[in-house]
Design a protein. Sequence first.
Length: 251
Amino acid sequence: MTFPELRMRRLRRTPRIRNLIRETVLSPKDLIYPMFIKGEINNPEPIPAMPGQFRLPLNEVVKEAKKLTSLGIPGLILFGIPVAKDETGSSAYDKEGVVQQAVRAIKEQLENELLVMTDVCLCQYTSHGHCGVVKRDEILNDRTLQILKRVAVSHAEAGAEVVAPSGMIDGQVQAIREALDGAGFTNVAIMAYSAKHASHFYGPFREAVHSAPSFGHRRGYQMDYANPDEALREVELDIKEGADMVMVKPA
């Protein structure tokens, strides 16, 4: 059937019809709230690059999380800013780390009211600001995987329901899935930053978590935005490795 019998505008005539057939609907229930947690502060710190957003002390985490439930936002993702940093980001898997403490506090107070997700990366925790262990200005991919496994398991032990590896380290999804399953956390999901592009849009985030690289750049492991075919391959690989969710960032 074609015009004049077929008239596509019939389904655009009134708000009632348009609402009925709308394919995409965005509401608070589709959102995840990012929360930045900083160790050893007592009051929220404004983030100049993100007006209205703050680095929160641990004593404010539950209060902020309760606001989300009142707004109908079903989940949050936690980013930690540690007190101490070192060459390998060892504080990222500290059982008393800022993220681990925040997860426990939220789960104890809100139980199943919020989905708690955690960022799994090392850039906030390393003294050099890169997303892995560095030797001679090069990311040591496989050594970094061993640390990411410990980070993910420590988050799961604290009560995280979803872990989100964001460093674009080859094999990170498979390594984390094996580590979680081996530790008995088969129900903890992985949301992979599968096609994370090297982008200036990360500037405000790096300011928020003090994670700008102290030397070089991240183009050696983050995606080139000019390569959409390569991005699709990254997504496919993460799915094969066991990712439960995948994302493109920035998007």
